[in-house]
Write a protein of this length. Structure first.
Length: 141
């Protein structure tokens, strides 16, 4: 069962594609009908996006407190990313004298869900990060 950020509920069935047989398809259909009656979302997940998994792994390297920017720098990055900014721009803004230093800060904010980034895209200096609603409301940690 899942509780989504918009307040709705849903159910995710996880099964590798090669293990889905006719009986599983019937079960998924019945589960979908029950979820529909409850007003819940329903989805069958059959695998993962290798690029997204790799990107998430890259972000996880910056999850530690040692990569967390100071309050003033965090505020600066989040403010700059409100309309969407490239990772390179955000790093330049956060640390003009040494932009690579700020890469971990930007990624830490994404790890903490204060910045949104498309995990399915190719990560580069041009990858766009955008301030999340959670950052605006102070809901994320």
């Amino acid at each position: 069962m899942a509780f989504f950020t918009d307040g709705s509920y849903g159910l995710l069935d996880v099964r590798p594609a090669d293990l889905i047989d006719d009986a599983a398809r019937v079960q998924f259909g019945e589960t979908a009908a029950v979820c529909d009656a409850l007003g819940w979302r329903y989805r069958v997940l059959t695998g993962h996006d290798k690029r997204a998994t790799g990107n998430l792994d890259s972000l996880s390297a910056s999850r530690h407190d040692r990569c967390r920017p100071g309050h003033q720098t965090e505020t600066l990055i989040l403010s700059a990313a409100r309309g969407g900014r490239s990772r390179g721009d955000l790093c330049q803004i956060a640390s003009p004298d040494c932009p690579p230093l700020a890469c971990a800060w930007v990624d830490n904010l994404a790890w903490r869900r204060l910045l949104h980034v498309d995990l399915g895209g190719v990560f580069s200096s041009e990858t766009v990060y955008t301030t999340t609603e959670a950052a605006s409301t102070g809901a994320a940690a």
